[in-house]
Design a protein around this ligand. Structure first.
Ligand code: S3P
Length: 422
C-alpha cells in the first residue's frame, strides 16, 4: 500500500456547532466559511431554524449565514427538537433553552436516547431550569427555562459539552458561571467567547465566564477537523511508502493528543504552514510511514484525544508490544459503547484486545486483520476500522458504513484518494 496525495478535511464539528449557536445569539448577520456540512451539524442548524433563527443551507464547501437575534433570541418550537445522533446539539441546546422562558421538548435517535443527560440537567436545575426527563435522565426530555442563578459547578467528568452547556446558560441567563473539571477539556468555546469580547479566565482546571451585554456579529473560517484528519494521517503512517498531506487542520492543544500519542508510538507528523483562525491554531499536517511501537496513555491525556481512542487502538493493533489506554470509561457513553465495541471488534479481527474496567489493552501484531466489524451505527468505529481494512492482506468487513455521514460524508472518497495498492 502506497500513500500519496493531498486532502483538505471538512470543518471542525465541535467548532461548527459552537459557531452556529453563538452566531444565533449575536447582534446580526454572521457568515461562517468552511463549516462542517454533515449529519450532526445539520441537526444543530435545523433545531435553530425551529426556534425561529434564520440559518442558511449547510452545504459542502459553501459558507453558511446565520442571523442572530441577541442574547435571548429563540421562539417556542411547535414540535419536539430532533437532535438525531448529536449529543453536542442536545446538550448545548439545553443550556441555551435554560435561559428562555418557555417549554421545549428534545429528542434524538436510538443512540442519543441512551446517552446520559444528568451531567447537564443537574447543574441546569441548580441554575433554575425546570427539566423533566424519561427514566435514567435521558432523552426525550422537556425543559422550561427562565431567570437563572449564577453557578460554580464541579463536574465529575472532563467534558467540553458540559462546560459549554453551562457557559451558554450563563450567557443567555446573564449570570456568571464557573466550571471545575478533573482535567481541562477542549476549549473551543472559550476561544470563541474571548474573540467576541466575553471575559473568560482559567485557574488550574476551573474555567470562569462573566456574562456579556451583547455578542457582536462575526464572520470567520472554521478550521478543519483534526478528528477527521486523524484517519487519513493514520493511513499514511500504516502505508509502506509515500506521504499523506492534510491541509487546513485545527491543531488546538486541547484536541491534538492524537498527534502526541502517535509521536510516542514512533510516528512524528510534520506540522507546516501554521495559521490562526477564529482564535484557533491550525496547520498543514504530513504523515509518513513509520514502524509503530506500543504506547501507554494516562487518564489526564484522554480528553485531548477522546474521539481518537478507537483509531489509536486500531493503530496499537499494528504496533510492536502491548498498548494500554487508562481512564477511557467515557467511551462507554459515546455514540455507542466504544470501549466494549473496540475491544470486541479487534478481537473479532484476531487481535488480542480487552477492556478491564476503564482500561483498554491492545496487543500489537503483524497478522493481517480478518473478520467482521460491528459498528452499531457509530461513525468513529466505521472510520477507524476502515483504516485497518486498507492494510495489505486484510479482509475486514464493516457491517455498515453509512454512519460516516454524521461527521465526514466524503470519508471514503478521501481515504481512497490517498491510498494506492502497491
Ligand atoms: C465534543 C466533546 C466531546 C466529544 C464530542 C464533541 C464537543 O464530548 O466526544 O464528539 O463538541 O464539545 P465530551 O466533551 O462530552 O467528552
Amino acid at each position: 500500500m502506497i500513500a500519496g496525495g493531498e486532502v483538505t478535511v471538512p470543518g471542525d464539528k465541535s467548532i461548527t456547532h459552537r459557531a452556529l449557536f453563538l452566531a444565533s445569539l449575536s447582534g446580526g448577520r454572521c457568515t461562517l466559511r468552511s463549516p462542517l456540512a454533515a449529519g450532526d451539524t445539520r441537526a444543530t442548524a435545523a433545531a435553530l431554524r425551529r426556534l425561529g433563527i434564520r440559518v442558511g443551507r449547510l452545504a459542502e464547501g459553501r459558507p453558511v449565514t446565520v442571523t442572530g437575534g441577541g442574547l435571548r433570541p429563540y421562539r417556542p418550537a411547535t414540535r419536539a427538537l430532533e437532535c438525531h445522533n448529536s449529543g453536542t446539539t442536545a446538550r448545548l441546546l439545553l443550556g441555551l433553552l435554560a435561559g428562555h422562558a418557555f417549554a421545549s421538548r428534545l429528542t434524538g435517535d436510538r443512540s442519543l436516547r441512551r446517552r446520559p443527560m444528568a451531567r447537564v440537567t443537574e447543574p441546569l436545575r441548580a441554575m433554575g431550569a425546570v427539566i423533566h426527563a424519561s427514566e435514567g435522565e435521558r432523552l426525550p426530555l422537556s425543559i422550561r427555562g427562565g431567570a437563572l442563578a449564577p453557578l460554580a459547578w464541579r463536574s465529575p467528568v472532563a467534558s467540553a459539552q458540559v462546560k459549554t452547556t453551562l457557559f451558554f446558560a450563563g450567557l443567555v441567563g446573564g449570570v456568571p458561571v464557573s466550571v471545575t473539571e478533573p482535567v481541562i477539556s477542549r476549549d473551543h468555546t472559550e476561544r470563541l467567547l474571548r474573540l467576541l469580547g466575553v471575559r473568560v479566565t482559567v485557574q488550574g482546571t476551573t474555567t470562569s465566564m462573566e456574562p456579556a451585554d451583547v455578542l457582536p456579529a462575526f464572520d470567520g473560517d472554521i478550521p478543519g477537523d483534526i478528528s477527521s484528519a486523524a484517519y487519513l494521517l493514520a493511513a499514511g503512517v500504516l502505508a509502506e511508502s509515500g506521504e499523506v498531506v492534510v491541509r487546513n487542520v485545527g491543531t488546538n492543544p486541547t484536541r491534538s493528543g492524537f498527534l502526541r500519542a502517535l509521536e510516542r508510538m514512533g510516528a512524528r507528523v510534520e506540522v507546516r504552514d501554521r495559521w490562526v483562525s477564529l482564535g484557533e491554531p491550525g496547520a498543514t499536517l504530513v504523515a509518513r510511514p513509520a514502524p509503530l511501537g506500543c504506547v501507554e496513555v494516562e487518564p489526564d491525556e484522554i480528553p485531548s484525544m477522546v474521539d481518537e481512542v478507537p483509531l489509536l487502538a486500531c493503530l496499537a493493533a499494528r504496533a510492536a508490544g502491548t498498548s494500554v489506554f487508562r481512564g477511557v470509561g467515557e467511551l462507554r457513553v459515546k455514540e455507542s459503547d466504544r470501549l466494549a465495541l473496540v475491544a470486541a471488534n479487534l478481537a473479532a479481527l484476531g487481535v488480542a484486545a480487552r477492556a478491564e474496567g476503564d482500561t483498554l489493552i491492545v496487543e500489537g501484531g503483524e497478522a493481517p486483520p480478518r473478520g467482521r466489524v460491528v459498528t452499531a451505527g457509530d461513525h468513529r468505529l466505521a472510520m477507524a476500522f476502515a483504516v485497518l481494512r486498507a492494510i495489505p492482506g486484510a479482509d475486514v468487513e464493516l457491517d455498515d458504513s453509512r454512519s460516516v455521514a454524521i461527521s465526514y460524508p466524503n470519508f471514503f472518497r478521501d481515504l481512497s484518494s490517498v491510498l494506492h495498492p502497491s
